[in-house]
Design a binder for this molecule. Structure first.
Ligand code: NDP
Ligand code: MG
Ligand code: MG
Length: 341
């Protein structure tokens, strides 16, 4: 079983003794900066000139400076800008401001695993990856709880990198819930695989095929939407609470029997072969290269795929039907229907 750490395994004074720069103030950035600050850590936020996040961070009383200044002042730099811009931000504003004894932290191993960022030998390189969106990380911290996190050490120049990572995890509430040790390679590859094969790619495609199958057979799109998309959340909530068994315990016997009989017909062994091929592209770096090369070219493939996905008929039906759910309207995130691009 995995090595797990809790509050008593982490020494907050290690992070309280550091000068921390949180680069980026988005989903993860705001949660880390605010919770570390609440733990008495000396935090500054590094943002580009003219960044739209600036007013939000300043409204919380955080000190906001440009990325190079933040990196120069700090001896622990947590990079929380989007993965595809990290290497450019690192090369331009961080690399020259790293000294021996500094620590470079990440919340996802992508850039280190695929060689887009390589820190100097004298610098600790570690990962603290909360297993939840930043807004939940912050909400749980404020409630006196925490979101579980992963920690990993890629480069241990100080001999203290793991303790420092655990202290950081404690400062954002992670050790209240439990922190599991991993490696940059395992975290990166398993994270990419999970989101591509199951959580995002797999689930989205499954929902779309289910919707198409019903609608093409003459069922009303609204009914199809309820059955293959809306109710998914109810099932997933049960899985999270008690695994596949609790889901099967809660549903009707009819549904449970159909699960056993038809699940393996829909998701047959060929799907597992496809998953292995997806994993192969993640392990070889082919996926990372395709994503980053497209980003460098101005993301034409990404834009085309996004436009195409938005045009699927299930999105039209969903926009209309979601008006019926009063509670879906008071979500506190920044997402607006139809403006994902
Ligand atoms: P976000 O997309 O929310 O980060 C946006 C922030 O980065 C904004 O403050 C934005 O500023 C800033 N930014 C964007 N481009 C630049 C740039 N070129 N220079 C300086 N600042 C820039 O990122 P996430 O929080 O989603 O992800 C951060 C890291 O955390 C990633 O490594 C991700 O994989 C990881 N992670 C994310 C999770 C999540 O749930 N979101 C979960 C676990 C890990 P502006 O306002 O100017 O746009
Ligand atoms: Mg991910
Ligand atoms: Mg039903």
């Amino acid at each position: 079983t995995a090595t797990t750490f809790y509050d008593s395994d982490a020494d907050l004074s290690l992070i309280q003794g550091r000068t921390v720069a949180v680069i980026g103030y988005g989903s993860q950035g705001h949660a880390h900066a605010l919770s570390l600050r609440d733990c008495g850590v000396d935090v500054r936020v590094g943002l580009a000139e003219g960044s739209s996040s600036r007013t939000k961070a300043e409204a919380e009383g955080l000190r906001v400076v440009d990325v190079a200044t933040a990196a120069a002042e700090a001896d622990l730099i947590m990079i929380l800008v989007p993965d595809q811009v990290q290497a450019e931000v690192y090369d331009r504003a961080i690399a020259a401001n790293l000294q021996d004894g500094d620590a470079l932290f990440f919340a996802h191993g992508f850039n280190v695993r695929y060689g887009y960022i390589t820190a100097p030998d004298g610098v600790d390189v570690a990962l603290v990856a909360p297993k939840g969106p930043g807004h939940v990380v912050r909400r749980e911290f404020e409630a006196g709880r925490g979101v579980p996190a992963l920690v990993a050490v890629e480069q241990d120049a100080s001999g203290q990198a793991r303790d420092l990572a655990l202290a950081y995890a404690k400062g954002i509430g992670g050790t209240r819930a439990g922190v599991i040790e991993t490696t940059f390679t395992e975290e990166t590859e398993s994270d990419l695989f999970g989101e591509q094969a199951v959580l995002c790619g797999g689930a989205s495609q499954l929902v779309q095929y289910g919707f198409e199958t019903l609608v093409e057979a003459g069922y009303q799109p609204e009914i199809a939407y309820f059955e293959v998309l809306h109710e998914l959340k109810l099932i997933v909530d049960l899985m999270v609470e008690g695994g596949l068994a609790k889901q099967r315990w809660s549903i009707s016997d009819t549904a449970e029997f159909g699960d056993y009989v038809s699940g393996p017909r829909v998701i047959d062994p060929r799907v597992k072969e496809n998953m292995k091929a997806v994993l192969g592209d993640i392990q070889s770096g082919a996926f990372a290269r395709r994503f980053m090369d497209d980003q460098k070219a101005g993301a034409p493939e990404f834009a085309r795929l996004r436009r195409q996905a938005e045009q699927h008929p299930i999105e039209q039906t969903g926009r209309h039907l979601r008006q019926m759910f009063a509670w879906l309207k008071d979500s506190d995130d920044d997402y607006t229907e139809g403006t994902a691009a």
